[in-house]
Ligand binder design. Structure first.
Ligand SMILES: Nc1ncnc2c1ncn2[C@@H]1O[C@H](COP(=O)(O)OP(=O)(O)OP(=O)(O)O)[C@@H](O)[C@H]1O
Ligand SMILES: [Mg+2]
Length: 232
């Protein structure tokens, strides 16, 4: 099985060399935990090797995203950013994490149709959907949500791209059970400060480091310390 590097060296070490390619993975964590940064760092790693990367933004505008990522010195020109607010027909598609989906035009079927069209043209090797929480808000019934998420996971598997889907859900959520793997970002309060940490919850078909490892968000992106533990 081919492995694909996340671009975060400590995390790749925890993953025994990287993610198994061509599968969908969940990156979960509370707001501000570093999901978007991790996703973009994953795409930038691909860009270094001339692998195409596509970023589907469901919460931030392309402008906001580019601005937020500028501190890391990443050249996002090589990444295809699908800004759902602009690219998919006015603000009809813009959905915010803190509100109910604003317009009925936004549906998983429409999103997948647009993704299919764009992916056929662009042929990304790496894909990020940020965030899946927006997609989940489309559903009232658990049963419909499960069917929707399952069709999305199957679509992503067939696409052959290695994809990261961000999520703010608590552990054990539906998407975690459907995905091929789950990476979890932690924010831990300790002695009056908040520490960042990372763990791997599951990777189908592979062994991995079971410890929670400290990480830092720096001007170069996320740095993971794979030989350190968080509680001394
Ligand atoms: N240059 C930087 N140096 C250090 N920390 C930074 C820097 N830029 C951002 N951060 C940290 O990263 C956090 C934001 O990370 P990110 O946008 O990836 O979070 P997220 O998990 O995607 O959040 P959300 O769920 O709200 O989208 C900030 O709250 C801040 O703590
Ligand atoms: Mg984010």
């Amino acid at each position: 099985m081919e492995r694909i590097k996340t671009g975060i060296s400590g995390l790749d070490e925890m993953l025994n060399g990287g993610l198994i390619s061509g599968r969908p993975y969940i990156v979960t964590g509370s707001p501000g935990a570093g999901k978007t940064i991790l996703g973009m760092q994953f795409l930038m790693e691909g860009a270094k090797n001339r692998e195409r990367g596509m970023y589907i933004s469901l919460e931030e505008s392309g402008e906001e995203l580019t601005e937020n990522m500028s501190v890391f010195g990443w050249n996002l020109h090589s990444i295809k950013i699908i800004d759902t607010a602009h690219e998919l027909g006015g603000d009809k598609w813009l959905i915010k994490a803190d509100t109910i989906v604003s317009k009925p035009e936004f549906s998983l079927v429409n999103l997948m149709r647009v993704m299919r069209e764009r992916m056929q043209i662009y042929k990304p090797k790496r894909l990020v959907i940020d965030s899946l929480t927006s997609v989940k808000m489309l559903y009232e019934k658990e049963y419909d949500m499960r069917r929707g998420l399952l069709s999305l996971m199957n679509f992503l598997l067939r696409s052959k791209a290695t994809s990261l889907l961000t999520s703010t859900s608590t552990s054990g959520s539906m998407e975690e059970s459907l995905a091929s793997g789950v990476i979890k970002l932690h924010m831990i309060e300790s002695r009056g400060e908040v520490l960042n940490a990372i763990s791997i919850v599951k990777i189908r078909g592979s062994d991995f480091d079971k410890h929670i490892r400290p990480m830092k968000i720096t001007n170069e992106g996320i740095v993971v310390f794979p030989n350190e533990t968080i509680f001394e």
